[in-house]
Design a protein around this ligand. Structure first.
Ligand code: ADE
Length: 227
């Protein structure tokens, strides 16, 4: 999978060199490149923002640098362009799975009060566009959101994480949260591993885990059960 990110702070993406995603880049499963939006400006100050038409607080990202960045990054392959925005549709495991099957993703990371809407509209003429939010809170920019999405998407690509079974058993896989889990020692600071997990009865353990998974979902995410 090819992943590009366009941002005025490309250093935010250095973390993708760590651990499993770093290995996935080394082995060629993922090819990642961060592009500095300021490299697509032509004035002395490398200006990427301006005041909004109609008034309002703060500055908006101006369209021209974005257009030139897209000209370089968006090829003839009609990639998926993801605009990170608190005004986007919610990111979740299902969307991560869908995006993990695509050949080329481009993350467009806004700063300030956002990006001129024509940038999104233009991208829609040369790519498949999604505006995506990682949650109901506001970050200072889209970079952290893009890193979170890239990690969630890339780990679903076969070969990126070593053990495929861990993907099948984790939270959000069947719309439920994962059951609590335990490792050695059996007794720690007076707290015991649940007896059931020591029993060796695999079918019973599965039933116990299902019940725990339902209970945890009821407690922490009742909204998931409504679905
Ligand atoms: N940029 C700022 N806040 C964001 C959020 N919650 N999700 C995605 N991008 C953002």
């Amino acid at each position: 999978m090819k992943i590009d990110a366009i941002s005025i702070f490309p250093e935010f993406f250095d973390v993708l060199e760590i651990s499993l995603l770093g290995k996935a880049q080394e082995s060629g499963l993922i090819s990642f490149e961060a592009h500095n939006l300021r490299n697509f400006t032509h004035d002395r100050h490398k200006t990427v923002d301006d005041t909004p038409y109609g008034g309002g607080a703060g500055m908006l990202m101006k369209p021209e640098p974005w257009g030139e960045a897209f000209d370089q990054v968006i090829g003839k392959d009609r990639p998926v362009v993801i605009f990170t925005s608190p005004a986007g549709k919610p990111f979740n495991q299902e969307l991560a799975r869908e995006l993990s099957h695509r050949e080329h993703l481009v993350f467009a990371c806004g700063r300030y009060e956002g990006i001129d809407q024509r940038v999104v509209d233009y991208a829609g003429t040369v790519a498949e566009v999604h505006e995506i939010s990682i949650g109901d809170y506001v970050l200072n920019g889209g970079e952290v959101a893009a890193v979170a999405m890239i990690e969630a998407i890339a780990r679903l690509i076969p070969g990126v994480i070593g053990n495929n079974e861990s993907l099948a058993e984790e939270s959000h896989n069947e719309g439920l949260l994962e059951a609590p889990s335990y490792t050695k020692p059996q007794s720690w600071r007076g707290l015991e591993v649940p007896e059931m997990l020591l029993s060796g009865h695999h079918a019973e353990i599965e039933k116990w885990r299902k019940a725990q998974s339902l209970e945890r979902t009821k407690q922490n995410r009742p909204d998931l059960l409504d679905k």
